[in-house]
Design a protein around this ligand. Structure first.
Ligand SMILES: [Zn+2]
Length: 176
């Protein structure tokens, strides 16, 4: 669900469309956004580097619902939860989003479609595409990113049952 939109003064790079018109006219759009301009995503990375590529196309599904196809891709440097160094991660996400006019209609459509692959979201005439792109990128991230083998070789340490400090504990120590 897209709950509310960021304040327009804060969203420097807002890209706003009439979501229903976009679908009705079967429009398409694409672009690039620096990770550094996507605050919530940037927060998940070590260095705010990278660029997110996106492509959006509008359509009407067989049942007459407005439907957006969104592809989001790009490499970001996440923080490995084991060794706390950079972990390169390739975002490559495609989603199908059916638009509802409000929450109640979203629930109805969700039941009707009964398809986990399709998300139903509330669309609007002032729909912030960048916010949607950022949501999609965030959902594509692993919950607890870890290197297969950390540069410091901490896989071996874990195998021996050694407890690793949580990032919060490490931060606490750094602050002391
Ligand atoms: Zn690591």
């Amino acid at each position: 669900m897209i709950a509310g939109f960021p304040d327009s003064a804060l969203a420097m790079n807002a890209f706003v469309i009439d979501a229903f018109e976009f679908c009705r006219l079967k429009q398409q759009a694409q672009g690039e956004i620096p990770v550094a301009e996507l605050g919530r995503l940037a927060q998940e990375t070590v260095d705010r580097s990278g660029t997110i590529h996106w492509a959006l196309s509008g359509d009407i599904d067989k049942l007459g619902h407005a439907q957006l196809s969104l592809a989001v891709s790009g490499a970001v440097n996440l923080i490995c939860q084991r060794c706390l160094t950079a972990l390169n991660f390739e975002i490559d996400s495609k989603s199908l989003l059916v638009l509802a006019k409000d929450e109640a209609q979203a629930d109805t459509i969700e039941e009707l479609l009964d398809d986990d692959e399709i998300d139903v979201i509330v669309g609007s005439a002032a729909f912030d595409v960048n916010y949607l792109i950022e949501d999609d990128a965030l959902l594509a991230l692993p919950v607890a990113p870890k290197h297969d083998v950390c540069p410091d070789g901490s896989v071996a340490a874990e195998a021996k049952g050694a407890e690793r400090a949580s990032p919060f504990e490490v931060l606490k120590k750094l602050k002391q």
